[in-house]
Design a protein around this ligand. Structure first.
Ligand SMILES: *Cc1c(COP(=O)(O)O)cnc(C)c1O
Length: 234
């Protein structure tokens, strides 16, 4: 067994156990493998171990990886998620290559993505990034502004709004992690109560996925626990 294969098994076991503790069905939580900074070969290895959804933070790097893997795996059901900040000058690349974008936090960016999504591609699947714990330097829409943004994004023709994504500050205890994730869950439920058909609450990473699953996450985004530690970005 390769290291990545073994790590993937370990992460899937963690998800299954966290679901069991929370009385949830393990099939309710999707695993997104965050392959940022790792070479296409690492993605190929994870693919061979049954992993199909991958997340990238840096758009240029992500697009290069998408193109290289689509060339060698033309028929593979690879699903690519953009999970990093999207500036206006990068929306065309995101709209033209990714299947999902989870880091939308402004209407202007969403409008550009909708306008630029090629007609021959299915609608771009979107999560809104919400700044649940109010971290001052972080991206994400403020909770108070979320409902208006969600309604406006849901109305854009070439996007499908799927849910929310959040990246809380690291916390010291399971309870503290879970408390922030429960706030995100409440925002998610509130949007659904307003009539939006959402199915994705993307939260939880290598260090805090157990608390995220306990709070209702439907997608965990895991990098280091699958691919190993990342070299600092040059
Ligand atoms: C890097 C990253 C992850 C994965 O983090 P790990 O700690 O490596 O599991 C998840 N989500 C986002 C938005 C990231 O940037």
């Amino acid at each position: 067994m390769t290291t990545i294969e073994g790590n993937l098994l370990g992460v899937r076991t963690r998800i299954t156990q966290a679901c069991a503790r929370a009385g949830r069905d393990a099939t309710d939580v999707k695993l997104l493998a965050v392959s940022k900074t790792f070479a296409p070969a690492a993605v190929t290895e994870a693919l061979a171990a049954g992993q199909h959804a991958f997340g990238e933070n840096y758009i240029q790097e992500g697009v290069e990886k998408i193109l290289s893997l689509r060339a060698s795996h033309p028929a593979a059901a690879l699903e690519w998620h953009c999970i990093g900040p999207v500036q206006s000058n990068k929306t065309r690349l995101v709209a033209g290559h990714f299947d999902w974008v989870q880091s939308v936090d402004r209407l202007k960016i969403a409008q550009r993505l909708s306008e630029q999504r090629p007609v021959e591609m299915p609608p771009l699947q979107v999560c809104l990034q919400v700044n649940v714990d109010g971290g001052p330097t972080k991206s994400g829409v403020a909770p108070a502004e979320l409902p208006a943004l969600a309604m406006a994004v849901a109305a854009l023709p070439r996007l499908t709004l799927r849910g929310l994504m959040c990246i809380p500050e690291p916390a010291d205890t399971f309870e503290a992690e879970q408390a922030v994730f429960l706030q995100a869950k409440a925002l998610f439920d509130d949007l659904k109560a307003r009539g939006l058909a959402l199915d994705t609450l993307s939260m939880g990473m290598s260090d805090d996925l157990d608390a995220a699953v306990a709070a209702g996450s439907t997608m965990v985004r895991v990098g280091r626990a699958i691919f190993g530690s990342r070299a600092p970005r040059a």
